[in-house]
Design a protein around this ligand. Structure first.
Ligand SMILES: NC(=O)C1=CN([C@@H]2O[C@H](COP(=O)(O)OP(=O)(O)OC[C@H]3O[C@@H](n4cnc5c(N)ncnc54)[C@H](OP(=O)(O)O)[C@@H]3O)[C@@H](O)[C@H]2O)C=CC1
Ligand SMILES: O=CC(=O)O
Length: 312
C-alpha cells in the first residue's frame, strides 16, 4: 500500500516515519512535482492540482478540519479528483479541546469584564464595575457540527444560556436549537456572544455582515473561530465603532496573514490571534487516518466523509 503526503509547512520526514509506524507495511512518500507513480491514498493540505489529477486513489485525507481550500480548487479544476474518490477530513482529532479552551477563556474574559478592567488599568483607575448576570449573557454558536458541539458542551458546564444555529435541528440537552435561514433572526435576537464555527461554503461567505450584527443584543461580542471570509470586516468595525458591538476576538481573517495596514490591528476592542484556534495534532490525526485506512482496506464502510455538493 502506497501513500503520498503533501503539506506546505509540516515536517514531512516526521509524518512519514509516524505514518509508517502506524500502518505497518505501508510505504509513505512525500509527493514532489513530477511524481506520477501510483498511490493508494493521499494526505494533503493545499495540494497542487498536479498531485491528485488523474490518480486512481482509494481516498484522500485533508490534514485539517476545513475542506474549503481543496473544494474551491476542485471547483476550478474538476479533473483534480474523480467524484468517486472519497474525501475525508479531520473530525475533532484534538481540535475540539483546543476550541473549548479558546471559547471558554474568551467568554469568561468578557463575562468577568476583564476587557473593561484592562482599559481602566491603562488609565490607572481603580474602579470596581457592576457584575454581569449569566442570564444576560446568552451564547449563540453558529455551526453546530463536531467543533460547535464541543464548544457548547464546555460553555454549558460554565452555566451560560446556550443556543446553536445549523442547517439541521439538534437535540442537545440544555441548548436551544435553531435551524435554517428562516430561524436565523430568532437565533440572533437573544444572542449576546456570537461564536462562529461554520464551514466556508457559498451559503456562509460574508454571513456575519452589518444586517446580521444589527440583530444581536446590544453590547454584543463576536468570536470568529472558523474562517475570515465569514465576516465582513468593514461591517464589523462599523458595529464596534457605532456601539452595537462591545468587542470582537478574531482568529481568522479575510486575508491571511492579516495585512499590516488593516485597521483591525489598531482597534482597542478587537483581540486577535493568528489562525491558531485549533491546530492539527499529529498523534491524534495519524491515529484517525491510520484507523480509517485500515477500515477501508478491510472493505468496511466509513461514515463521515465530506459531502462535496453540500460543501463541508
Ligand atoms: N480557526 C481554526 O484554527 C480552525 C477553524 N476551523 C473551522 O471550523 C469549521 C467547523 O468545523 P467542524 O465543526 O469540524 O465542521 P462540521 O462540518 O462538523 O460542522 C459544520 C456545522 O455548520 C453547519 N452549517 C453548514 N452550512 C450551514 C448553513 N448554510 N447554514 C447553517 N448551518 C450550516 C452544519 O449544519 P448541520 O449540522 O445541519 O450539517 C454543521 O452544524 C471548519 O469548517 C473550519 O473552517 C476548524 C479547525 C480549526
Ligand atoms: O483551520 C484549520 C483547519 O483545520 O481547518
Amino acid at each position: 500500500m502506497d501513500l503520498i503526503f503533501y503539506h506546505p509547512t509540516f515536517d514531512a520526514a516526521w509524518w512519514i516515519d509516524a505514518l509508517e509506524k502506524a500502518l505497518p507495511g505501508a510505504k509513505v512518500r512525500e509527493w514532489r512535482s513530477g511524481d506520477n507513480d501510483p498511490a493508494d491514498y493521499a494526505l494533503v493540505w493545499h495540494p497542487p492540482v498536479e498531485m491528485l489529477a488523474g490518480r486512481k486513489l482509494r481516498a484522500v485525507f485533508a490534514l485539517g478540519a476545513g475542506v474549503d481550500s481543496i473544494l474551491s480548487q476542485l471547483q476550478a479544476n474538476p479533473e483534480m479528483l474523480d467524484a468517486s474518490i472519497p474525501l475525508f477530513r479531520l473530525e475533532d482529532t484534538g481540535m475540539g479541546l483546543q476550541m473549548q479552551e479558546y471559547a471558554v477563556s474568551q467568554v469568561l474574559h468578557w463575562f468577568r469584564r476583564f476587557d473593561d478592567y484592562q482599559a481602566l488599568k491603562n488609565e490607572r483607575r481603580w474602579q470596581p464595575l457592576a457584575e454581569y448576570a449569566r442570564e444576560d449573557f446568552t451564547v449563540g454558536i453558529m455551526g453546530a457540527g463536531v467543533l460547535g458541539a464541543k464548544v457548547a458542551e464546555s460553555l454549558l458546564a460554565w452555566g451560560f444560556p446556550l443556543r446553536c444555529w445549523s442547517r439541521s435541528r439538534k437535540d442537545w440537552p440544555g441548548v436551544r436549537s435553531f435551524a435554517g435561514r428562516e430561524e436565523l433572526s430568532a437565533f440572533l435576537s437573544q444572542t449576546r456572544v456570537l461564536i462562529n464555527l461554520l464551514p466556508n461554503t457559498p451559503e456562509t461567505v460574508g454571513i456575519i455582515n452589518g444586517s446580521l450584527l444589527a440583530q444581536l443584543q446590544d453590547n454584543a461580542y463576536v468570536l470568529n473561530l472558523a474562517r475570515g471570509v465569514h465576516v465582513n470586516e468593514e461591517d464589523l468595525l462599523a458595529a464596534l465603532n457605532g456601539g452595537k458591538l462591545k468587542g470582537a476576538m478574531l482568529d481568522v481573517y479575510s486575508r491571511e496573514p492579516l495585512p499590516a495596514d488593516s485597521p483591525l490591528w489598531q482597534h482597542p476592542r478587537v483581540a486577535m490571534t493568528p489562525h491558531i484556534a485549533a491546530v492539527t495534532r499529529p498523534p491524534e490525526a495519524i491515529a484517525y487516518i491510520s484507523q480509517t485506512i485500515a477500515r477501508l482496506q478491510r472493505g468496511e464502510a466509513v461514515a463521515g466523509g465530506v459531502d462535496r455538493v453540500r460543501g463541508y
